[in-house]
Design a protein around this ligand. Structure first.
Ligand code: MLT
Length: 267
């Protein structure tokens, strides 16, 4: 795929001689704003780069894409911004992109954070469900997709106790055209199974998952943890699938501890 324009991203925080930049890839149907609470908490410590993936949020593009082409786009962006090697973190669909990136560009990574995600491809049943969601995006728009997903995105405690989080998700989904969501659903449906690749991941890897994640349940993270040699698994209590928003304090501590393994904070 030919990269016509760079992705939109925010790029904040100090450049460090020792600590690699932290790059945060959003899931579906979000955009980079998913990571607001991480940027606020971590940008004083590290250079934090948050792209909107191609077609999402403030990044342009109407063409179909694949998970791998999104990984290529992220690599191009990070080269352009002189941000490699980095620690790459992806939530859910962002995790699919991070794994595709790690397989293709391992030498540009210092570490990997896989959050609420999985390495396996869609099952036949899941592929059928993707088509239903594509039809929903085409006929009823982006907010309808977010509404349909909401009971699985957030755990009951978040849905009832923090209704502003569901509103924030709807607002992000509304910033993505229905065509983008349809392309992303097709890209997720067609992505390959990367489970066989996991034992080859040499970089330190942190795996985070919400204890009540209904889309990529903890058992899938445990499987990845068993397969990735240098990995650590943390289960985030009181969270569904969107741990970065539902339990930002726990997530931020886990990221800080992981980043500490790459050296001390210095500018
Ligand atoms: C996401 O949060 O990115 C999606 O729910 C992932 C998926 O549907 O497979």
């Amino acid at each position: 795929m030919i990269r016509k324009t760079a992705l939109f991203c925010t790029d904040t925080g100090p450049t460090s001689a020792t600590l690699p930049p932290l790059v945060l890839l959003h899931g579906f149907p979000f955009n980079g704003r998913l990571w607001r609470r991480q940027v606020e908490a971590l940008q004083d410590l590290y250079r934090v780069i948050v792209p909107d993936l191609r077609s999402f949020g403030r990044s342009v593009g109407n063409d179909p894409f694949t998970i791998e082409s999104q990984a290529d786009e992220v690599h191009g962006l990070l080269m352009d911004r002189d941000a490699l090697p980095c620690v790459l973190c992806g939530l859910s669909m962002g995790g699919y992109v991070a794994l595709a990136y790690a397989r293709k560009y391992p030498a540009t990574l210092r570490g990997l954070i896989l959050m609420d995600t999985k390495s396996a491809a869609d099952t036949s049943e899941a592929k059928l469900q993707r088509q239903k969601m594509i039809d929903l995006a085409n006929t009823s728009g982006s907010l309808a997709v977010a509404d349909a997903m909401m009971p699985k995105l957030l755990c009951e405690e978040t849905l009832t106790g923090y209704p502003e989080i569901a509103k924030e998700i709807q607002s992000m989904a509304g910033e993505n055209p229905p065509l983008t969501l349809a392309h992303a659903l097709a890209a997720m449906r067609d992505r390959p199974d990367l489970s066989d690749y996991l034992p080859s991941i040499a970089e330190p890897t942190l795996i985070l998952v919400g204890a009540e994640d209904a889309i990529t349940p903890p058992a899938l993270s445990q499987e990845m943890h068993r397969a990735i040699p240098n990995s650590t698994l943390e289960v985030i209590t009181g969270s569904g699938h969107v741990t970065a928003m539902e339990r930002p304090d726990q997530v931020n501590v886990a990221i800080r501890n992981f980043m500490g393994g790459f050296g001390s904070q210095s500018v």
